[in-house]
Design a protein around this ligand. Structure first.
Ligand SMILES: N[C@@H](CCC(=O)N[C@@H](CS)C(=O)NCC(=O)O)C(=O)O
Length: 345
């Protein structure tokens, strides 16, 4: 009787130990994550031409809101936010770059759509910026509505949702507008500035970016019309669901950190917290976080310390002059916005 009790206790102990081991062993490192670990660097496809989101600065470094999510994922996987090689991509180069395995991920004002999700061989991560397509023009033109462009012309970039939505909007309104297409942001913008089109169209964030950084921002206006929904966010090859999870939970972790008020400046005050929710986000006090993803359990400590929470990333790139972009629908759900991270548990 006594012997069988001992056996039973031993059996329970062995079983519970092996189930702990099982929980951790079930995370198989995927091919993209493994490649990043082997090379010690994340290859991230970004924009080089949209200040505030992705641009090459005076020191030759990529900088911007989208660029910071590449840094965050490098911090999550490699523990080093600077271990990133950037690949600039124009609109039409995106599909081949993600499908051909040239990049590990993309973070470049890319709209999540059904056809891209299914035909690009990509997994879209959480939306990091909720946008909509707009129309930009000069104040001098006197144009106030899309209808005012009838018999006129508009410049647009090829290989974008912008181009497709524009055709829809013209057809829906029965307008006669000449559409001129250009391969990238600089050529589209320059054609408009040179007066080859009466207006130009892209995501409102992109319009603001180029208007605000132009020689005379006060000469331009964004019309009070939104032609589409443009949920912009990161994406990665569909071949690696583990890596896609890392991207997703890094973004969610940055949103959750903002909700908790944890920043790159005050993170040390939150280590050793009594709050189980905070410990679960930060992988502290025996709580599991990164171990579910196959990366350092306290990966969010590294991400927040080195890159910051979502609000910090937004503020330093878009909240400052010349953009001074209000959070609007990109606020936290607790502030009436759309940003809402699922539970870390
Ligand atoms: N969100 C849209 C448009 C994104 C887009 O490519 N916008 C242009 C206009 S601002 C851009 O970023 N161009 C930069 C470039 O091609 O160098 C999409 O995913 O297709």
């Amino acid at each position: 009787m006594k012997r069988s009790l001992v056996l039973f206790v031993v059996l329970v102990a062995v079983l519970s130990l092996s189930s702990v081991a099982l929980a951790q062993d079930t995370v198989t490192v995927g091919p993209v994550t493994q490649a990043i670990l082997d090379r010690g660097e994340l290859i991230c496809g970004v924009n080089a031409n949209v200040p505030g989101f992705g641009v090459v600065n005076e020191s030759g470094e990529f900088q911007g809101f989208d660029v910071d999510f590449c840094h965050a994922v490098a911090a999550a996987v490699l523990g080093d936010a600077t271990a990133v090689a950037f690949r600039p991509l124009n609109g039409s180069e995106r599909q081949a770059a993600i499908q051909g395995g040239e990049i590990d991920m993309m973070s470049r004002n890319t709209t999540w759509t059904l056809s891209r999700d299914t035909t690009w061989g990509a997994t879209f991560g959480p939306t990091t910026f909720y946008d909509g397509q707009g129309i930009g023009t000069t104040i001098a033109s006197g144009i106030q509505t899309m209808e005012d462009l009838d018999q006129g012309s508009i410049c647009v970039q090829s290989g974008t949702t912008t181009e497709l939505n524009l055709t829809d909007a013209i057809t829906k309104r029965g307008l006669d507008i000449e559409v001129q297409t250009y391969p990238d942001a600089p050529s589209t913008w320059e054609a408009f500035v040179a007066g080859r089109c009466d207006a130009w169209t892209t995501d409102k964030s992109g319009i603001l970016s180029l208007h605000a950084t132009s020689a005379d921002p006060s000469a331009y206006v964004i019309l009070d019309v939104t032609l589409s929904k443009e949920p912009l966010g990161p994406l990665s090859p569909q071949s690696d669901p583990q890596f896609a999870d890392i991207i997703a939970w890094t973004v969610y972790g940055m949103i959750q950190a903002e909700e908790f008020g944890i920043t790159s400046q005050n993170i040390d005050e939150f280590l050793g917290s009594e709050d189980p929710g905070i410990n679960r986000l930060l992988g502290q006090n025996g709580e599991q976080a990164g171990s579910y993803l196959g990366i350092a359990n306290d990966f969010m400590v590294t991400v927040i310390r080195q890159v910051g929470n979502y609000g910090e990333v937004y503020d330093r790139n878009l909240g400052v002059a010349p953009f001074s972009l209000a959070r609007g629908i990109n606020g936290l759900w607790t502030d009436g916005g759309l940003l809402y991270a699922p539970p870390f548990r």
